[in-house]
Design a protein. Sequence first.
Length: 132
Amino acid sequence: MQDGARPGQQVIEIILPTYSMKPAEDEKFYPSKIRQICTEALKDELDNKEYFEDGAKDWILTIGNKIKAQAKSLNLPRYKVIVQVTIGQMKDQGVSVASRCLWDLLFDNYTSVNYTNSSLWANAMVFGLYTD
């Protein structure tokens, strides 16, 4: 009798529950760490940029992917990380950016960072939702 699958046979991986109901102290979503990542990503990508619509679409993707990758590198193993980036043109108008979430007050959290220069404004919101 052989261990392992035969050619063409599907291997079923069994994953046992960890029964972990809360994150370890070093695995929590700390808004201050994420805020620093967001600030750097926005500044690196948008400093000295002039707003134009097609460029803003690309900048949003670049900034969002950078923030998400760096947030995941902070060892947040059971967190779902959600990043929302909004960029608009400075035109003497008001803007409100809002969100609503249903979450656990003990372990879930978020941070929001704003950036402006002479031609554009940007907002990055990052949510960390603990999954048990």
